[in-house]
Design a protein around this ligand. Structure first.
Ligand SMILES: C[S@@+](CC[C@H](N)C(=O)[O-])C[C@H]1O[C@@H](n2cnc3c(N)ncnc32)[C@H](O)[C@@H]1O
Length: 252
């Protein structure tokens, strides 16, 4: 850690004294979980287990059910305004407890929604969401995964792939693994929307839980795997912290 980042942290602590103890608690828990984990995915799965046990809505980043409903609806409305239609086949990467997924499932034809997540615990909570919202007849698939290679999924199958607030918790090698493989499972003409925590300064992470990237880094990385990436300017008009990029298979 550099002297300037230590200084930055000290200044931040003086400005927000109420956040010091919760941060110290999170730091200790994360250190403990990291010591027991093989790799990032294993570590983040343990973070999700601990967070989900306390409160599944908070585990996916919503401090209240009201906020959970609001951010889920924002994701859904945006995708529908951008061309999602009921006959599309959709893959949601990092579907969590179906904050947006429940709306996608309700809207899409039965069997057209596929959700994957690294956390079995949040998928149990997702099953509860299906029951709570009466979505059983839509028969969505919910599957735990170890990686983002999609090796068990068919080629050129999905019209729409969606990952909200997943790459904001992912180191670059996880995003790269996704880019290297996502083109195979997308239909020609399909698209993949993901959000990320954007920085215009130095790329960094906080406790290996929250990762900040420059737009150019992700656009260039996608390009290396035959994907064309577009920064979604209209998403910026909405009152949410993260930015959004849309990726398509490049036309050859
Ligand atoms: C902040 S939550 C967002 C959940 C959901 N997308 C939403 O907006 O409600 C992030 C989710 O991504 C999952 N996740 C994190 N890294 C992942 C990865 N590499 N592959 C699949 N899921 C991942 C977490 O377990 C968690 O459920």
């Amino acid at each position: 850690m550099t002297r300037s980042s230590l200084l930055h942290q000290a200044r931040y602590a003086l400005r927000h004294p109420d956040r010091v103890i919760p941060h110290a608690r999170r730091l200790t828990r994360d250190l403990w979980l990291r010591l027991q984990s093989r790799d990032h995915v294993d570590y983040y799965r343990a973070v999700m287990r601990s967070d989900t046990e306390r409160n599944p809505d908070r585990a996916v980043g919503s401090k209240s059910r009201e906020k959970w409903l609001k951010i889920g609806k924002a994701q859904f409305d945006y995708l529908v305004q951008h061309g999602l239609s009921p006959e599309h086949r959709m893959l949601e990467i990092g579907c969590g407890n179906l904050r947006a997924g429940r709306l996608f499932i309700d809207y899409l034809s039965p069997g057209h929604y596929y959700g994957i997540d690294i956390s079995p615990d949040i998928l149990f909570a997702a099953q509860q969401t299906l029951a709570d919202y009466g979505l059983q007849d839509k028969l969505p698939r919910l599957t735990p995964v170890h990686d983002l290679r999609f090796s068990f999924l068919p080629s050129e199958h999905f019209d729409v792939i969606h990952a909200h607030s997943v790459f904001s918790h992912s180191p670059l090698h996880v995003i790269e693994e996704c880019f290297a493989n996502v083109g195979r499972i997308m239909k020609p003409g399909g698209w993949f929307d993901f959000t990320f925590d954007r920085t215009q300064g130095k790329e960094h992470h906080v406790l290996r839980e929250d990762f900040y990237y420059r737009t150019e880094t992700l656009v260039e990385l996608a390009g290396r795997y035959g994907l064309t990436a577009t920064f979604m300017e209209d998403w910026e008009l909405l009152p949410y912290k993260q930015s959004k990029i849309r990726v398509r298979r490049a036309v050859r």
